[in-house]
Design a protein around this ligand. Structure first.
Ligand code: SAJ
Length: 409
């Protein structure tokens, strides 16, 4: 069986490779020529554990071919981005992916869409294509957590929506080859809704945590202690406040449902609360700093990944950059809108260190590291928006430690 995977990003590349390793003849397609070259030459950068080994194995097996254009296949899997434009889902990548496979489509082919889309999108695509060809179409949303993709690709349960029963069952056969989790079959629209509901559930719960943080600051309560104690309740699991919700999924997907229904009121409010956090944190930074030099620790959208898309750090810096000198340190990020410095340079003459990403290395900074930092900075003040640093260790070297959602003292 031959599979053509369109889009070799953070989902398409591992999916194409895993299928190749499992014996499928796979053609991986990306419109970006540089991406094609770096995959072929195995020079692409990633923080996903074992991805390089997997791709190397797939290419060496002879089952994975990487190309710029699609070719005839039995199955086409669409893994292209669906970004947001004016708070609506931008389907242009999906549409051009579909256009690119049209010349190669044959009766009996199966198309699987993995990209996140508003409910009803798969049906619309099917209705257009089925005028020309007798095809099968399924929607099978990806569910993996960036940073843990290879494990979750195999272990997570999957939901597959089919335009009809036969389409869902044909798609299931493909995923059965590598998924160890359970596979549930439904219709396309339900599967599209499921994907959005999962990410919205998380967005709304993070918004609640962020609102608790703001209220706790107002009432002089440590939100982290209050959350920890609330979570001792057997049916409560409050998430963590932070400087904003980043990444290309949770901060974007809720809009795909808001555009479809006037009833999406809580979802919209949650989005607005989470979007208010960078500004909230920027104002706090202005209050806390005793000078003009600010050091940012962590610019990625979350801890231990290299991805800076929709990162709260970028927004926070945009609010501060006119007034302050900002130096960023992030050992994971490769490219960022603002310059990145080695830690020694980033903390030189700093008036305030702000932790914006929960990289494990920030928690692990030991007394020797902190002593070195304390000798470089001008003012020993640190503001931790992720509750990741070890307060006592920093206080030992004269740092005044502030936390987002912390007490005022
Ligand atoms: N965040 C908080 N507080 C928390 C948890 C997260 O502020 O308690 C922030 C993070 O710092 C980050 C953002 O939210 O900025 C999103 O991070 P995340 O780890 O919650 O999610 P993603 O975007 O890395 O991956 C999510 C996952 N979805 C769910 O957990 C429901 C993943 O399974 C999806 O496949 C992925 O979105 C996607 O592609 O949709």
């Amino acid at each position: 069986m031959k599979v053509c995977v369109i889009g070799l990003g953070y989902i398409g590349l591992p999916t194409a490779s895993i299928l190749a390793i499992n014996g499928f003849e796979v053609v991986g397609v990306d419109i970006n020529k540089n991406r094609v070259e770096e995959i072929k030459n195995l020079t692409f950068k990633t923080t996903e554990k074992d991805l390089l080994t997997l791709v190397r194995g797939a290419i060496n097996s002879g089952n994975l071919k990487i190309k710029n254009t699609p070719e005839k296949a039995d199955v086409f899997i669409i893994c292209v981005p669906t970004p947001i434009k004016n708070n609506r889902c931008d389907l242009s990548y999906i549409n051009s992916a579909i256009d690119s496979i049209k010349p190669y489509l044959e009766d009996g082919n199966l198309i699987i869409i993995e990209s996140t889309v508003p409910p009803g999108t798969s049906e619309e695509i099917y209705n257009k294509l089925s005028k020309y060809k007798n095809i099968y179409l399924s929607y099978c949303p990806e569910r993996v957590l960036p940073g843990n993709i290879l494990k979750e690709l195999v272990d997570n349960d999957r939901v597959i929506g089919g335009i009809n029963k036969e389409s869902a069952e044909r798609a299931k056969k493909i995923y059965d080859s590598f998924v160890k989790g359970k596979i549930y079959l439904t219709d396309c629209k339900t599967a599209e809704m499921v994907k959005l509901m999962e990410n919205i559930y998380r967005d709304v719960n993070i918004a609640l945590a962020n609102e608790f943080a703001k209220i706790s600051e107002e009432l002089d309560i440590d939100v982290w202690e209050a959350i920890e104690l609330s979570n001792k309740h057997p049916r409560v699991n409050i998430l963590r406040p932070g400087p904003g919700v980043g990444g290309h999924c949770i901060s974007i997907d809720p809009w795909f449902l808001i555009e479809k229904s006037k009833e999406a009121k809580l979802i919209r409010t949650a989005r607005e609360i989470n979007d208010s956090m960078p500004n909230y944190v920027a104002n706090k930074i202005k209050q806390l700093t005793k000078g003009k030099n600010i050091t940012i620790f962590g610019v990625t959208y979350k801890g231990d990944v290299d991805d800076v898309r929709e990162s709260p750090a970028e927004k926070i810096i945009s609010f501060l950059k006119e007034e302050f000198n900002i130096k960023c340190y992030d050992p994971y990020a490769k490219e960022f809108k603002y310059p990145l410095y080695p830690i020694d340079e980033a903390v030189e003459d700093s008036d305030l260190i702000v932790v914006l990403a929960d990289h494990k290395i920030f928690r692990d900074l030991d007394e020797k590291d902190i002593k070195k930092i304390s000798e470089k900075v001008r003012n020993r003040v640190i503001y931790d928006t992720k509750n990741i640093i070890t307060k006592e260790r920093w206080e030992k070297f004269g740092f005044k430690v502030y936390k987002l959602g912390g007490k005022n003292d």
